[in-house]
Each structure stands twice: as C-alpha cells, then as structure tokens.
Ligand binder design. Structure first.
Ligand code: ADP
Ligand code: ASP
Ligand code: MG
Length: 420
C-alpha cells in the first residue's frame, strides 16, 4: 500500500465530465488500496477570469484582496470533486488551504510555502478517506489572510502535500503525457522523456516550460519527492494503479541524476516570452557605472537577468543591454529615469518583442561545443542574438520574438532531439 498525491490541472477539471474522469483516476488508486490525497486546480480559464475581474475593478489593487479573489477557483473544483467521489460511494472531503493549513509567507500573489502540512489530512487518509485539497492557495498566519502561490502554483501545493504526507509519489496529471524535449505544442517532433533530473527540470521550468511550476521542482529536489508527470486524458481504467516497484513505464519521472542511465548532452529546449530588453546607449565608460545602473534597479526589487556591455568605437562610452521581466519594464524605465542624475547621460531603447531560448542538459558539464552548435544553428537561420547567458547546464540567447518557433525547431533538430 502506498501514499499517493494526485494533482490535476485546469484542463483536467475543465467541466463536470472531466471532474468525473478525474474521480475515476482516483477510484483506480483507492480500489488498489492506495491512500490518496488529491490536489486540484481551478477549472480551465477560471483563474484568468478572476484575475481579469480584479484588474477591471481597479488597476491599483490590494494584493491581499487579489488573493482572496483568485484563490476561489480551486475551492469550487475541490468541492465538486468531493461531491462526485461521494456519489460514487467513497468517503471524501474538500480542504481549503487554510484548513490544511498550508502556511505561507506574506508575499501575496506569489507566496512561498513556509510550513509543510501533514497532521490532520494524514490521519483522515489513513482512515480511508480521500482528501481533496485546493491547489494554489495557502494562509498567511500573521494577518490571517488567504494567500496564493503564483500562477501554476497548484504543482507546488501538490509537492508540499506530498512532503507533509511523506508520500511515495507525487503524480502531476495534465494535458500532455509527460515532460517533452520541448513544448510539444510548438514542435510536433518533440519527444517524451522517460526521466529528467531535478536540476534539468528546474532549469526547464524557470526558463519557460510551464509544465511544472519552478518552485514545485525546487521543493521536490530538496525533499527528494519522486514526481511524475502524466496525462489525465488517458482512460483511467487503462492505467495501472501506482505501485512502488513499478513506476517506470508511464509519463515522465523527475528524479536524481544518478537514476538516469542514458543521459543526453542536451535534454531539452525552453523558451520564455516574458522578458523585455533595455539598452542604455552611450553611457560614460568609467568605474562604478554598472553599480549606478543596477543598484537602483535592485533597490526597487527589479530582477535583472541577462546583461551585455559593449564599448562604443570612441572607447569612452559603453552600451549596456539587459533584460527584465516584461511586467517590470515600465517600472524599470522609471527607476532609470530617476537615477539619471547619478548615472549621467544616456539614451534608452527598450523592447518587449524578444524571446529567450535556452538549451538545457547536465551533459554540458562534460561536453564542449554545445554553445558553438547553438550559435551556428541560429546563424544558419539568419537569427540575430541580442544577449547570451550561460550556467553550468544551460545556455540562453535572447532573440527577436518573431523567430522563436523557428529557433526552437532548428535547435531541436540540431541537437538530435527530433523523434523519428
Ligand atoms: P495544467 O493546467 O495541467 O497545470 P499547464 O498548462 O500548466 O497544465 O502545463 C501543461 C502544458 O505545458 C502543456 O500543455 C504544454 O503545452 C506545456 N509545456 C511547455 N513545455 C513543455 C514540455 N517541455 N513538456 C511538456 N509540456 C510542456
Ligand atoms: N489556477 C492557478 C493558475 O491558473 C493555479 C494552477 O492552475 O496551478 O495559475
Ligand atoms: Mg500548470
């Protein structure tokens, strides 16, 4: 008998029929004797609608009330799934974030889980009840307010519950049957990975592959929670119930690098459309100028990602290019305008029409030539690179948004990732 956490995303619970389908997946596990906690997202589109209403109500809104509104979508699904399970003869109850309680910090809108829950739910599921927990929401205990974990946060709720319950597996059911070498909706030749290391998945997620929320992978990595990505669109009865000794022939397992026998040099390609480029032209080239540019941005909690500095032909000036999150572009430009007295003269150009494309693989640690192949492939397609950043297991380039799909497809082929 195993303890299983099953998480279902928005498209998997999009209507009552889909919720009934989810209930059959749960039934399969319970009938096999597994102890089950389910984590659900809001029905597809609901969170977007709630966010839209908040913005319509007032462009300057209180984040605590934002959380009170956008966290409600999950509550509807949790209640509905509990009702469907009960109608099938099972003992089930819904749990909201505050009831568990999933305690978070006070960063409303993208709160971090501070305390991993267990207690009550554990007792109930051990007694044979099915726990249906709202994803995405938690409680900020200091002010006793509802908090939410950031978009895609139900994945993180699921891993947190798995930690609290010391579950044997955290199964993330979604609308694709695993983690692919790149987004299968962009590249039809993408291949499903049987396994991916925590580290690679972390890079993939943080570089734009939204199949798992970045923080869920961080948590799973730290607490060594075995996580699987699978499809809820496979007929529930066609799948075998979870067994600890037989998890490898379905979906994608996110696990330790050592557990992966056939390691590729490049495992995946990710792209992110949410970065914007800022270039400061003709800044004085003298000591301290970078500090005067990036200091105020950091003071304003604006994260800077890629940075490129070029010296202009006269040797006295420099052009500084960097990227920030698109949502922060306006604020970044404002901060720079205010810091102009300290920075000195500059002209500024900015564009949100860029995309960051990244190749990821732990094999890069021991193989040379990965970057060279990336640059060659892009140059053969006539794609210009605006900025580059690297880490031990990834290389990212910033290019014009219009070339995003072309670049991802070409790189996918160049690294031998295409399916036959
Ligand atoms: P859910 O609503 O179940 O949480 P998401 O939309 O958050 O689902 O995540 C699933 C989606 O992630 C897929 O539909 C797919 O388009 C996208 N995706 C992006 N990159 C990848 C990848 N490398 N492998 C699989 N899916 C990916
Ligand atoms: N419903 C939330 C969102 O759309 C959380 C999630 O689905 O994971 O972002
Ligand atoms: Mg998701």
């Amino acid at each position: 008998m195993a303890t299983v956490v099953m998480k279902f995303g928005g498209t998997s619970v999009a209507n009552i029929e889909r919720i009934q389908n989810v209930a059959r997946h749960v039934k399969r596990e319970v009938d096999a004797g597994n102890k089950v906690a389910v984590v659900v997202s809001a029905m597809a589109g609901v969170t977007n609608q709630l966010v839209g209403w908040v913005k319509e109500a007032s462009p300057l809104y209180d984040m605590r009330e934002y959380d009170a509104v956008v966290g409600t979508g999950e509550q509807v699904t949790a209640g509905l799934l509990a009702i469907v399970l009960q109608s099938m003869g099972y003992r089930a109850r819904s749990w909201s974030g505050w009831q568990v309680p999933i305690k978070t910090n006070s960063a409303h809108g993208s709160a971090r889980i501070a305390d991993v829950p267990g207690g009550d739910i554990r007792k109930r599921i051990e007694g044979g009840e099915i726990a249906v927990v709202t994803g995405f929401q938690g409680i900020e205990p200091k002010d006793n307010r509802i908090s939410t974990l950031g978009r895609g946060g139900s994945d993180t709720s699921a891993v947190a519950i798995a930690i609290g319950l010391e579950a044997d597996i955290c199964d993330i059911y979604t609308d694709v049957d695993g983690v692919y070498t790149t987004d299968p909706r962009i590249v039809p030749k993408a291949r499903r990975l049987a396994k991916i290391s925590y580290e690679e998945m972390l890079e993939m997620a943080s570089l734009g592959s939204k199949v798992l929320q970045t923080r869920s992978v961080e948590l799973a990595m730290v607490y060594k929670i075995k996580t699987r990505v699978l499809s809820s669109f496979v007929a529930p009865e066609a799948m075998k119930p979870f067994r600890i000794d037989d998890i490898e022939n379905i979906g994608t397992i996110v696990c330790d690098e050592e557990e992966i026998v056939e390691q590729q040099i490049v495992s995946g390609i990710a792209y992110a459309k949410d970065e914007a480029k800022v270039t400061l032209l003709k800044v004085d080239d003298k000591p301290g100028v970078a500090a005067r540019i990036f200091g105020p941005l950091s003071d304003a909690s604006i994260n800077v990602d890629m940075i490129v500095q070029n010296v202009t032909p006269d040797g006295k000036h420099t052009d500084m290019t960097f990227t920030v999150h698109t949502g922060e572009l306006a604020r970044a430009l404002d901060v720079l305008k205010k810091a102009k007295v300290d920075i000195g003269h500059f002209d500024v150009k900015s564009s949100a029409d860029v995309v960051k494309v990244s190749v990821i693989g732990v094999g890069m640690r021991s193989h040379a030539g990965v970057a060279a192949r990336m640059f060659k492939t892009l140059s053969e397609k006539g794609i210009n690179i605006h900025a580059i950043s690297t880490s031990e297991i990834k290389i990212s380039v910033l290019i014009d948004a219009a070339y995003a799909e072309l670049a991802v497809r070409a790189l996918h082929t160049a690294y031998g990732l295409d399916s036959d």
